[in-house]
Design a protein around this ligand. Structure first.
Ligand SMILES: Nc1ncnc2c1ncn2[C@@H]1O[C@H](COP(=O)(O)OP(=O)(O)OP(=O)(O)O)[C@@H](O)[C@H]1O
Length: 301
């Protein structure tokens, strides 16, 4: 549903986004992670047709964004990092103003806006948007992003201004929208945020994609200098014998426990070998890396 090919944006001779190849499937909730300044917003601006790439291209639902930005805008919703509204108009009036750009008739606008205000829990709010708290602005931004019932939703740091209750409601909403078949692309520098809602992630650092896949896959790739080596924890009653297996990279012993680093998950074979040698296995499991740790390390790279 979303694809970038060698996507690049250069500002003042420096690449903010550097040869990005991304692929996000239909109905996915994709988390675009990276520290401040990694190039997340710049990528989203290119994907939503707000700025043009210096090189490469991006496609949304098969449409090349730079060639047909208006067509793309019809099928996407976008919540920018800093949402701006007309301060002297209510939330409803702001949405109505925005909805007109989509050529919606008065009746359709009224119904859709009422539905959206309820969805983001701003129904019944009569204040002008200029008096809104940051969290309320964020909610109104989300309603605005949904006005055209988009197929693809781009959310740039959507929880930045929300309180815990707001974050919980936002998560429920994202799940619900994904349940309707929408593709959701969320950028964040907060791992725990992405971890809650996203099935797949891409990690960006200095404009480059460091890893992509499920969170576990990404964590494993980052954790291990030899790519996707599997760490197997083995605890045995007897001393662990030498392991002769072509897939084994190294064995680190510590008393009755050992960490076996292997090119693949060889637990079944290992269990059989140890059984044949009369060694009693107490524990045999794949050690999942601590995600927080590996991401922090990747951020610092
Ligand atoms: N309009 C611009 N002109 C010049 N440089 C820019 C411009 N926009 C972004 N940059 C630079 O590009 C790099 C990436 O910025 P970007 O805002 O895309 O990062 P980000 O990952 O979204 O970070 P943040 O979470 O802080 O928004 C930064 O070094 C930034 O200074």
């Amino acid at each position: 549903m979303i694809r970038t090919e060698n996507l690049t944006k250069v500002y003042n001779g420096k690449a903010a986004v550097d040869g990005l190849d991304l692929e996000v499937g239909e109905g996915e909730i994709f988390g675009f992670l990276g520290p401040n300044g990694a190039g997340k917003s710049t990528t989203i601006l290119m994907l939503t047709g707000m700025i043009e790439p210096t090189g490469g291209r991006c496609l949304v639902d098969g449409i090349e964004v730079a060639k047909d930005p208006l067509k793309v805008k019809e099928i996407i919703g976008y919540l920018p990092e800093d949402v701006g509204f007309y301060g002297n108009m209510t939330g409803e009036q702001n949405l109505d103003y925005f909805a007109r750009f989509y050529g919606m008739g008065a009746k359709e606008r009224k119904e859709r806006i009422a539905e959206l205000l309820e969805l983001v829990r701003l129904d019944g709010v009569t204040q002008k948007a200029g008096e809104y708290s940051r969290g309320m602005k964020q909610r109104l931004g989300l309603a605005q992003a949904l006005i055209n019932d988009p197929k693809v939703l781009f959310l740039d740091e959507p929880t930045a201004n929300l309180d815990p209750e707001g974050v919980r409601e936002y998560r429920d909403l994202v799940e619900r929208l994904a349940g309707e078949g929408k593709t959701i692309f969320v950028s964040s520098h907060i791992l725990s945020e992405v971890r809650e809602v996203c099935r797949t992630v891409g990690l960006l650092a200095k404009g480059r994609l460091v890893a992509q896949g499920t969170l576990d896959e990404v964590a494993r790739t980052l954790a291990s200098p030899d790519g996707d080596a599997v760490r197997i924890v083995v605890e045995t009653r007897e001393r662990l014998p030498e392991i002769e297996d072509p897939e084994v990279i190294s064995v680190e012993r510590n008393g009755s426990r050992a960490i076996v680093r292997a090119k693949a998950d060889i637990r079944d074979r290992l269990a059989e070998t140890l059984f044949e040698q009369g060694v009693h296995v107490r524990e045999l499991r794949v050690e999942e890396p601590d995600i927080e740790d590996v991401f922090m390390a990747a951020y610092r790279r």
